[in-house]
Design a protein around this ligand. Sequence first.
Ligand SMILES: [Zn+2]
Length: 125
Amino acid sequence: MSKNFCTLLNCMDGRTQLPAINWIRSNFDVEYVDIISEPGIDKVISLQKEDFMNSLYKKISISLNSHGSSMVFIAGHYDCAANKGNKFQHVDQIKKSADIIGKQYKNVVVIGLWINENFQVEKVC
Ligand SMILES: [Zn+2]
């Protein structure tokens, strides 16, 4: 049995957790999905506020270093209470966030996900 971990940066919204976890486990050789959640996390990362980013990097590093994760997923979703805006705006933020995280962790695969109005997952980068 695989014991592979990955890391998911997701909104706190309870509607998004299982779709994201199930999609990741269906598409990658991953058993466990470490979740770091923040309301509207795609927007928050793209703004790069220093305090938030320092805290986020500490959390990501635990997943990478202690659990051996080598993949980080960043998700945004439809009807986000903390991040209003259309799909186009979200996808832009998800891509920007993926770029930021990818620059911080050069040996990690970073993948951006959009969770649509049917709470289905689409890979955006
Ligand atoms: Zn949300």
